[in-house]
Design a protein around this ligand. Structure first.
Ligand code: SF4
Length: 302
């Protein structure tokens, strides 16, 4: 994302405008320059928020107006949309549009809402001469076939889970390096783009459950993150070193005499030498000087 100063600088470089323009002035420049582009463009490409099955149309919702310009002015309108966006009837839009806007931005309804059912007809003045709808699968059918993960396809991309997620709030969307970020991105990306390469997203969560709490369509997001972890382990995508470390940890945690063995300083030295990689981006591991067992005995010795 760019700051308003970055945008003003970019406009100054590319369009020769004053680098000190305010956001309102920048908006007017963008409107002025981009309108021409829309009028001249041969092809307009948009996504769609819903595919309406009973009338054979797509529903597009936005606050800026660029999608409406993209489908109204160019000669050809291309829609690229995931197959999970199908809803049964045009009457369902009355539920889904307000649901999307209230959970997404807190608006009762988004500023621009369009239903596009095909190219311009002979008695119509606006619209493209041709309309093409590309239905994207990209492994969505694999998610559909997975009984535990299929509920993630209910997502309407409102973004509420992103705004509620403490991880997303700290690192932002770009850090995920994926098309879909935040909790829902961490759930679906390993299935869309490969568990081996993207399993780490499901592990980068404290499983606080904020995402599940706010989800507009009640997807059990934090449970699905756990499911992904399970799938990654079952598929053998965990390194030998990690498996070994957890085995030792489990054995030690279940064995009181091992837990009580040696003091905190020695444990710190051993753990921080073994897990050197841990310290690259984090502070050192710190064991308590006394074990829980020792503290318990001290407190209740009387
Ligand atoms: S998972 Fe739920 S909260 Fe997150 S974007 Fe999708 S519908 Fe919205």
């Amino acid at each position: 994302h760019k700051s308003k100063e970055d945008v003003a600088k970019l406009f100054a470089e590319k369009l020769g405008t004053d680098p000190k323009l305010t956001p309102e002035e920048l908006t007017l420049v963008a409107r002025d320059k981009l309108r021409e582009k829309y009028v001249e463009a041969e092809v307009g490409i948009t996504g769609a928020n819903f595919i309406i099955s009973d009338i054979g149309a797509v529903a597009i919702t936005e606050n800026e107006g660029y999608a409406r310009l993209s489908c109204a002015w160019p000669k050809t309108h291309i829609v690229i949309v995931g197959i999970e966006k199908v809803i049964p009837s045009v009457t369902d839009v009355g539920l889904f549009w307000p649901l999307l806007s209230t959970f997404g931005t807190g608006q009762k309804i988004t500023a621009y809402n369009s239903i596009v059912g095909g190219p311009k007809q002979t008695n119509e003045t606006d619209g493209p001469e041709e309309m093409v709808v590309i239905l994207l699968d990209n492994n969505r059918t694999t998610i559909l076939a997975n009984p535990k993960q299929r509920e993630s396809l209910y997502c309407i991309r409102c973004g509420a889970c992103l705004n509620a997620c403490p991880v997303y709030k700290n690192i932002g969307g770009h850090a995920y390096g994926t098309t879909y970020s935040g909790p829902i991105g961490s759930v679906i990306t390993p299935h869309l783009q490969g568990m081996e390469e993207y399993k780490h997203l499901s592990f980068a969560s404290s499983l606080c459950g904020n995402c599940t709490e706010v989800c507009a369509v009640k997807i059990n997001l934090h449970e699905l993150l756990l499911e992904n972890r399970n799938e990654a382990v079952q598929s053998g995508y965990i390194s030998f070193g990690e498996k070994f470390a957890w085995k030792i940890w489990k054995r030690a945690s279940l064995n009181r005499s091992m837990m009580n063995m040696s003091n905190g300083n020695i444990k710190n030295r051993i753990a921080n030498n073994i897990f050197k990689g841990w310290k690259k981006h984090r502070g050192e591991l710190h064991f308590s000087k006394k074990t829980f067992n020792e503290m318990w005995k001290e407190r209740f010795k009387g």
